[in-house]
Design a binder for this molecule. Sequence first.
Ligand SMILES: [Zn+2]
Length: 258
Amino acid sequence: MFFDTHSHLNFPQFETDLPSVVERAKQNKVSDILVVGTDAESNRQAVLVASEHHLWAALGLHPSEIETDIPALPGIKELLPDDRIVAVGEIGLDYTCPVDRSRQITAFRNFLEIAKGLGLPTIVHSRDAAEDTLGALQQAGPVKGVWHCFSGDVKLAEKVLVLGFFISFTANITYRKNEALRQVVRAIPLERLLLETDCPFMPPEGKRGERNEPAYLPLLAKAIADIKETDIEEVAEKTYNNSCALFLKTKTHERTTL
Ligand SMILES: [Zn+2]
């Protein structure tokens, strides 16, 4: 079984055929899918989609969606206590977007506190902002989570692991030009890795230009197995267990297999 820890099935790209997308995931042994919010509207959609299709939801605010008024952050607390909400995310820092950096940092810190208060793990997005992301996480103290769509080097990965975080990769590790990223995959123990599609984005090599979807997750698992010179079963089992340990710890008994 596979766990897609980062999908955007709540995005308009899946509006017309979501049931068949979920069905194809199931046929490809992707039994658990986390639907990740990026703003108020997509948080609401994430909860709806997760409830309707027996998936999991994360509520957050992507740094590029931060509006002028930080106190108006989407009402995460008001959307709880749906027991399918298992994480706060995605949150983080993205210095490729035009939003003021200090506002991003304030919002990120805010969310880390919210996550701590709720006892939920976090899903962290970081782009061109590794140092400040690490700094905020270190300052926040004990907060669990995953650094999603990792694109840093081995040194950064080691620092992220020291924090107790998991690291997840998308199928961009299958792109020909990304040999450096494959070296990073090789260096991280399977016990600390998670799988994600980040769909509809990041389709695997061979499907570039198409909409990505959870059914393609085994292609990423196979790529990781090849890099680590092991079999896909081991990658599936370890990453699945890692995902449950991070996101479903208190909910294992409620876990619904598709
Ligand atoms: Zn995402």
